[in-house]
Design a protein around this ligand. Structure first.
Ligand code: SIN
Ligand code: FE2
Length: 228
């Protein structure tokens, strides 16, 4: 069997949308056909803006390695969480968001009930085995009218989708490569996270999971955390 056949056999078919809540939808396999092109596009992005482990305002180093593309990138450091138009490591603008990223996110949002989504930010998360993301809300965007579109690539993960309070017990979903989660409207501020990643080997990404989180962030002048 040639490799192309092997890959197409592994490629999941898109499935009917599954409702996770009001405004929240799991689109299994939605990005499967484009998964290889998405991963291929990451090479030039991470060459210009390498993955790094950011530090939280509380001084904890995140287990997930991150970078960004698009007009605004989500960053964290001792000064806080925010969107920045430039990569703080290099001082340069984040790499441009590839058209296939932007357009796939728009199509997924529409499939989740949010027409007209135009992401200006893509956070790229890399999970190695044991990396996790604790329950949190995405609340640095300044405007919550746009949904969040989250694409999974490579190793599977357990996604935690909770309620409006951190203490609400989350639902757990296994996310495979090519799966997309969209949430907005009534669940835009839902707590969510990712359980510690199990080790494995993906034909697409090797020993890691990659997640692309698309959002629409308000572009304000880069705020410089005050030093006093
Ligand atoms: C995130 O909330 O930023 C990441 C979610 C995921 O990795 O699926
Ligand atoms: Fe998030």
């Amino acid at each position: 069997m040639v490799m192309a056949d092997l890959f197409s056999e592994l490629e999941p078919e898109p499935q009917p949308p599954e409702a996770l809540g009001d405004g929240a939808t799991l689109l299994r396999g939605f990005a499967a056909a484009e998964a290889r092109d998405l991963v291929a596009a990451l090479g030039s992005i991470t060459a210009a803006a390498p993955f790094r482990h950011m530090v939280t305002p509380g001084g904890h180093t995140m287990s997930v390695a991150m970078t960004n593309c698009g007009d605004a990138g989500w960053v964290s450091d001792r000064g806080g969480y925010r969107y920045a138009t430039r990569d703080p490591e290099s001082g340069r603008a984040w790499p441009e968001m590839p058209t296939i990223f932007h357009d796939l996110a728009a199509r997924a949002a529409a499939a989740g009930g949010f027409g007209g989504f135009s992401a200006n930010s893509c956070l790229i998360n890399r999970y190695e085995p044991k990396a996790r993301m604790s329950l949190h809300q995405d609340k640095d965007e300044g405007d919550f009218s746009a949904p969040i579109v989250s694409i999974s690539l490579g190793l599977p993960a357990t996604f935690l989708f909770g309620g409006m309070k951190r203490s609400d017990r989350p639902q757990r979903f296994r996310l495979e490569s090519g799966d997309v989660v969209v949430w907005g409207g009534a669940t835009r501020m839902a707590y969510h996270g990712v359980a510690p990643l199990a080790a494995g080997e993906s034909p697409l990404t090797g020993g890691v999971r990659i997640n692309l989180t698309f959002r629409r962030a308000q572009l304000v002048a880069d705020s410089r955390p005050s030093q006093t």
